[in-house]
Write a protein that binds this ligand. Structure first.
Ligand code: GLP
Length: 260
């Protein structure tokens, strides 16, 4: 695993955005050989999206031959709901870049048959050749996408019941009213994320420090689903000093030295 420790949110966002842009450029995507990118929502990736939008507008990077798959969506929220992950993605990223609408994939929270929706999502990922790079955030309890603690580390796209903690944390986007937060979501599984050829996880702020500690220094455990990244051949966590603050000093020294 690579761990990149930067001083603050802005430098984490900038590092990750440049990394993604470089990966896409080196891949040299074409319509017949598109770059498949997995994407998250949440407040953490906003800085990365802003940087990528700037680079796109300055013609440093194009998303014309990029296919995207989002990680998750709330069950029961229509695409135009202000808190749906559809709306989030269009408002904060897709509306501002040159991506083709038909290349965007997000689970449909209003699907009649949610099981079928999840199974079809897995099939679509495979049909597109698998995900080249999955960008993700992390929950305070170490969840990736909506893979709450004790999700199978082999899990695939499915419906997940959200924990009270996640509902409480996410209620900040729903007027701080927990009754407005859906209690279930569709999410790619830990196994779906780990099948990506590369996984890049962002973690910023002291609230993520415990999850970062368990992800990097803890045992591989379904209790902290982020810890599955330890088994990935190309896993990267990019975090700020605050999120790295519960790592042992030797661990911080090691990663800062090797990434200098
Ligand atoms: C939600 C999303 C996750 C995200 C997490 C943290 O639970 N499903 O993908 O990583 O929130 O969000 P934030 O970046 O706002 O802390």
């Amino acid at each position: 695993m690579r761990v990149i420790i930067k001083p603050d949110y802005q430098s984490v966002s900038s590092w990750a955005a440049h990394y993604i842009a470089d990966r896409i450029k080196r891949f040299a995507p074409t319509p017949n050989h598109p770059f498949v990118l997995g994407l998250p929502t949440g407040s953490t990736p906003l800085g990365v999206y802003n940087e990528l939008i700037k680079m796109n507008q300055q013609k440093q990077i194009s998303f014309a031959d990029v296919i995207t798959f989002n990680m998750d969506e709330y069950v029961g929220l229509p695409a135009d709901h202000p808190q749906s992950y559809h709306r989030f993605m269009f408002e904060n990223f897709f509306n501002h870049i040159d991506i083709k609408k038909q290349n965007i994939h997000i689970l449909n929270g209003m699907a009649q048959d949610v099981e079928k929706e999840c199974a079809n999502y897995e099939k679509s990922i495979l049909t597109c050749g698998g995900i080249e790079l999955f960008l993700g955030g992390i929950g305070e309890d170490g969840h990736i996408a909506f893979n709450e603690p004790f999700s199978s580390l082999n899990s695939r796209t499915r419906v997940q019941v959200l924990t009270s903690d996640t509902i409480r944390v996410n209620s900040r986007f729903f007027d701080n009213d927990i009754s407005q937060v859906p209690s279930t979501a569709m999410t790619v599984g830990v196994g779906t994320i780990m099948d990506a050829r590369e996984v890049l996880i962002l973690a910023t702020g002291a609230k993520k420090a415990k999850a970062v500690y368990h992800g990097i220094e803890g045992a591989i455990s379904h209790k902290w689903t982020i810890s599955a990244l330890q088994n990935h051949e190309r896993g990267i966590i990019v975090c700020d000093d605050a999120a790295a603050s519960q790592l042992e000093p030797e661990t911080i020294k090691y990663f800062k030295d090797i990434e200098r």
